[in-house]
Design a binder for this molecule. Structure first.
Ligand code: NDP
Ligand code: GDR
Length: 372
């Protein structure tokens, strides 16, 4: 039975990858951080009682900032594959916590690679690094592919640039099977609530049921190449099954604006929106409502506004990936479109909002954040 070690197992990708690897028959070990509240909601449905010998999914306390912890875990587990998905993954937050982001997202990758080498596992353990389209930042070429030069635009992207190159370096210097997946934005109903797609599907669902008055957004002209996390974790695994390690761009090859995504999500709730005004004064007004999903919304309501607090000190205005290499060499093609994904996310968030509204109607007033 193959063993995988996943950092970031409690995150969006970690949860889908765990499902995928368990189905493939792997024993899956994951590193979770100690937190004052439970933080394992995304993998609770996969957890198996460790008191039974047959348990194939195990969680270990750890942190990417802790060298001895990582080294000990790798020594004890001796994984065939390491998926380094753990990160402070929010671009805007990285401007607030740049040093922490550098340590976890940059040096964290080095700690894992060095532990593998130090333990003499470099011929056994394969290493996947969660690299990102944010490396392209101020884009030098459209669409972006494996050979496009990088120009990172945030402390997050700069930290990930270090992780990208140290992965290449350990491959070249020590012959390790180490590779980068340069993944463009990918989302799902399990996406963190503060990333733009989930903020939109969750916010509009809450507005539809009268739980929130308005959605406050940053740069809605931003263009992204959005795929579904389920499609992307499949590719993470495929990258570690080749004869030789290589880096791949993973993207859909289609881009949309944040404004378009807002319009889709609204329409999935039966709401038509009209945008008017310029820059920070732009607003989204309801022009038509149909169906019964948004009983608390009426024509003329302003439900989208711009809040400059969500602007970033340096923005990545446009990203569009070219996944040709992944298609040709690995036969990978994304199966879920951004439009279909938006529908799935709205359905999931609307269900959660309905549940919360029902509790509220019965006097059980839980904070919305506990119900997302
Ligand atoms: P999430 O933010 O959903 O998950 C991040 C994971 O990292 C969580 O499990 C989190 O734990 C964990 N983590 C955070 N800090 C530490 C730390 N100090 N030590 C150990 N673990 C830590 O991210 P995604 O699942 O969306 O992304 C997975 C990876 O892919 C990340 O590295 C991200 O930067 C990268 N990426 C993501 C893309 C996307 O569009 N989703 C695109 C390209 C790259 P906790 O649950 O406790 O917070
Ligand atoms: P990104 O994702 O920065 O691309 O990083 P995010 O969803 O946060 O932003 C996408 C674009 O939307 C604009 N935007 C807003 N973003 C947020 N979060 N909140 C808002 O209110 C808002 N309004 C507009 C942003 O400015 C941006 O242009 C994600 C993360 O998953 C990274 O870890 C990963 O590496 C990259 O995708 C690829």
């Amino acid at each position: 039975m193959k063993k995988a070690l996943i950092t970031g197992i409690t995150g969006q990708d970690g949860s889908y990858l765990t499902e995928f690897l368990l189905e493939k028959g792997y024993e899956v070990h994951g590193i979770k951080r100690r937190a004052s509240l439970f933080n394992t909601q995304r993998v609770d449905h996969l957890y198996e009682d460790p008191h039974f010998d047959h348990a194939r999914m195990r969680l270990h306390y750890g942190d990417l900032s802790d060298t001895s912890n990582l080294t000990r875990l790798i020594r004890d587990i001796e994984p065939d594959e390491i998926y380094n998905l753990g990160a402070q993954s929010h671009v805007a937050v990285s401007f607030e916590a740049p040093e922490y982001t550098a340590d976890v997202d940059g040096t964290g990758a080095l700690r894992l690679l060095e532990a593998v080498r130090f333990l003499g596992l470099e011929k056994k353990t394969r290493f996947y690094q969660a690299s990102t389209s944010e490396l392209y930042g101020l884009v030098q070429e459209i669409p972006q592919r494996e050979t496009t030069p990088f120009h990172p635009r945030s402390p997050y992207a700069v930290a990930k640039l270090y992780a990208y190159w140290i992965t290449v370096n350990y491959r070249e210097a020590y012959g390790m099977y180490a590779c980068n997946g340069i993944l463009f934005n990918h989302e799902s109903p399990r996406r963190g609530e503060t990333f733009v797609t989930r903020k939109i599907t969750r916010g509009l669902s809450n507005i539809a049921l009268g739980l929130e008055p308005c959605l406050y957004m940053g740069n809605i002209d931003s263009l992204r190449d959005w795929g579904h996390a389920k499609d992307y974790v499949r590719m993470q695994w495929m990258m570690l099954q080749q004869d030789a390690p290589e880096d791949f761009v993973i993207a859909t090859g289609v881009q949309y604006s944040v404004r378009e995504f807002i319009t889709w999500a609204a329409s999935d709730l039966g709401i038509s929106l009209e945008f008017s005004g310029e820059g920070v004064d732009e607003i989204g007004t309801v022009s038509h409502v149909e169906g019964d999903l948004a009983p608390n919304v009426k024509v003329g309501d302003v439900i989208v506004r711009i809040d400059p607090r969500y602007f970033r000190p340096a923005e990545v205005d446009t990203l569009l990936g070219d996944p040709t290499k992944a298609k040709e060499k690995l036969g990978w093609v994304p199966e879920i479109t951004a439009r279909e994904m938006c529908r799935e996310m709205v359905a999931s968030d609307h269900k959660a909002a309905r549940r919360y509204a029902l509790l509220k109607a019965h006097g059980l007033d839980l904070p919305v954040s506990l119900e997302g």
